[in-house]
Design a protein around this ligand. Structure first.
Ligand code: B12
Ligand code: SF4
Length: 558
């Protein structure tokens, strides 16, 4: 029996060197040749083929776990061994910094201290998407719109940063935003595994990126809301998908990837994952100068069940919260890299759990942060909570009002008509929240089944009379996996079924019940211009400040 020794790379060295898994892959490649019938399928400590084997011999015990000693065995075929030896030598010289001594006999050992098992590329699909060119142009020119777009377009992927936080330190993890990747086929980083997040609007880009990686021989794993509902579609483009929340299966994914044994599917939408086990996201991987906000998640799911909802209710079927201590640890990690951060809570419905938030907010005041959250209108019911929110740095709450008229709210939810029941308090509730110095961003979904062509004037009038500081309008969007998608499909009302590019919340992909597609298209744009014009944007801001000033003056004099 002959054997060939070689060493392993270390990340202490500045020059990029091959990871252990990468080395194993190279060995597999050099060994799998038609020249030799025997020397193929050589894997790191993993015997697939009795002809050739890469192994850690007994010397491991003698040297202790700080050293790795490898040997490539080949028996029963001298030619195969020579061939393998030559090729392994080339690979080692090209890719290893400390390949040890080459000889035909004896083991070779190198320090293993910081050896990297896998290089993992986490690739986030950042930025915003709109297919309609005219809307995009408007979005880039209207002051009110531009501001919000700029803010949100720069948020990082919390999902991927969370997985990075859960990755053991023996892997080397890089977080990359899609726009930072070079054009063309090149994928920097010599990755052993690429993990891509997915939203429907950018799924074609994500699949194209997966193709690029796989052409380079890099296995691709995908996760996120889109592939959670369409894993079979995704598996046509990538090697493996994670369905639902990523954390519970991440350790298994890593183990399998290391052993070249990725399964096609991991996870489920019904996992019992406890957010008490959640890691602190690896915010330190970010180039913080590129971001004007960072996200923190305190909860998943939502107590309501809106027909069109494609948020985290897609990932988990129950509302659950992260313990206060975990959330505070995440904020402290952010504070370590950013002195006065702006934090956007990436929850579907943050403040609905009032006792929890009262506890959390007690700790915020000393931290000097400003924050934003998405919630429902019930937050207005608790003035103590509103006081705490203001005092702890809350700048704005975004509230899904959905419709300025009752007609649109009928059957919006699957379980009950909670929002319809709240409708009569909408204006008062907005006034109460804003009177605490917290601005409200009211969101309306245009094209709901109860909406007629009057809806455009009704939205504008509501925003003006309720004195909303900020407003967001979106077009009703059938996201895959939602009850809305299934219903519109059954009713034959989808314009381009499975054209996921249109899942932007701004592009129309359904036939509205109460108006034509053209009416929705043209009047929506007009409403965008009206709502986000410089004049109306300034009026909204001025009115908020003026009301607050008057209220404070009144309070001081009484
Ligand atoms: C922050 C945010 C953004 C950020 C995203 C930053 C980024 N690069 O990811 C920004 C502002 C850029 C953004 C943009 C858009 N967004 Co957005 N956004 C959100 C928001 C508010 C929070 C998402 C979040 O951070 N969740 C918390 C993390 C922890 O959860 P997660 O990302 O789902 O990750 C978990 C799992 O999905 C899984 N996972 C995720 N990725 C991966 C990858 C791998 C490999 C694995 C294994 C697992 C895994 O593991 C994670 C941990 O469990 C949600 C609304 C909400 N409240 O959920 C909307 C939401 C995700 N956005 C939405 C939309 C429509 C958009 C836009 C299309 C809007 C537009 N017109 O441009 C764009 C598309 C972005 C793009 N480039 O693709 C929809 C998506 C619906 C869908 N099913 O596709 C949502 C749900 C809002 C909604 N009202 O419906 N968004
Ligand atoms: S209230 Fe918002 S997050 Fe909750 S189910 Fe409805 S759309 Fe989804």
């Amino acid at each position: 029996m002959d054997w060939i020794p070689f060493g392993v790379c270390s990340r202490r060295h500045s020059r990029p060197v091959l990871s252990r898994r990468g080395l194993a892959w190279w060995l597999c490649l050099v060994a799998s040749t038609n020249d030799s019938t025997w020397s193929h399928c050589a894997f790191w400590y993993w015997l697939l083929e009795p002809g050739v084997r890469v192994d850690i011999p007994n010397a491991w015990d003698k040297l202790g776990s700080d050293y790795a000693v490898f040997a490539v065995y080949s028996w029963g075929c001298d030619n195969a061994c020579r061939l393998l030896y030559e090729r392994v030598e080339i690979v080692l010289q090209t890719h290893l910094l400390c390949p040890g001594s080459f000889s035909n006999s004896g083991y070779c050992s190198v320090p293993l201290e910081d050896a990297v098992n896998m290089r993992i590329g986490l690739i986030a699909m950042s930025g915003i998407r709109v297919c309609d060119g005219e809307l995009l142009r408007l979005g880039l020119t209207l002051p009110g719109f531009v501001e919000r777009s700029k803010t949100i377009a720069s948020l990082p992927s919390l999902g991927l940063l969370t997985l990075a936080g859960l990755t053991p330190p023996n892997h080397d993890v890089q977080y990359i935003e899609m726009p930072d990747l070079p054009q063309g086929e090149n994928i920097p980083g010599d990755f052993d595994l690429v993990a891509i997040s997915s939203y429907s609007a950018q799924i074609d880009e994500a699949y194209e990126l997966a193709r690029r990686c796989r052409r380079k021989g890099i296995p691709v794993l995908m996760g996120g809301p889109h592939v959670t509902v369409l894993p079979n579609e995704a598996l046509q483009f990538c090697d493996a998908v994670v369905i639902g929340e990523g954390e519970p299966c991440w350790p298994e994914v890593l183990q399998d990837a290391e052993r070249f044994a990725l399964k096609q599917r991991y996870g489920s939408r019904k996992s019992n994952y406890d957010l008490a086990d959640s890691p602190v996201p690896a915010f330190e991987l970010l180039d913080i100068s590129k971001y004007n906000r960072l996200t923190v998640q305190t909860s998943r799911g939502c107590p309501h069940q809106c027909e069109f909802c494609a948020s985290s209710v897609i990932l988990t079927d129950r509302y659950k919260q992260k313990p206060v201590s975990n959330v505070l640890a995440e904020i402290d990690r952010i504070l370590a890299i950013w002195k006065h951060p702006f934090i956007e809570f990436a929850d579907d419905n943050s403040l609905v759990a009032r006792a929890y938030w009262k506890e959390l907010l007690k700790h915020f005041k000393a931290k000097g942060i400003r924050w934003f959250a998405e919630t429902d209108i019930s937050v207005a019911e608790d003035e103590d909570l509103l006081d705490l929110m203001r005092d702890s740095g809350c700048a704005q709450v975004l509230i899904g009002l959905e419709s300025p008229v009752e007609a649109g709210l009928h059957k919006l939810e699957l379980r009950n008509d909670w929002k319809l029941k709240q409708f009569s308090h909408y204006r008062d509730a907005i006034a109460t929240i804003q009177s605490h110095g917290i601005t409200v961003n009211g969101c309306f979904v245009i094209g709901l089944d109860g909406h007629t062509p009057d809806i455009f004037d009704q939205v504008f009038s509501f925003v003006r009379t309720a004195e909303l500081y900020e407003v967001q309008i979106t077009v009703m969007t059938p996201f895959p996996g939602t009850p809305l998608y299934a219903r519109l499909e059954n009713e034959g009302r989808l314009l381009e079924p499975r054209n996921w590019k249109k899942c932007t919340l701004f592009d129309i992909n359904f036939r509205p019940a109460g108006m034509s597609v053209e009416q929705l298209h043209d009047r929506f744009k007009k409403l965008v211009v009206e709502l986000y014009s410089e004049e109306f944007t300034n009026w909204r801001r001025h009115t908020f400040k003026e009301s607050l000033r008057q209220r404070r003056q009144k309070g001081a004099s009484s």
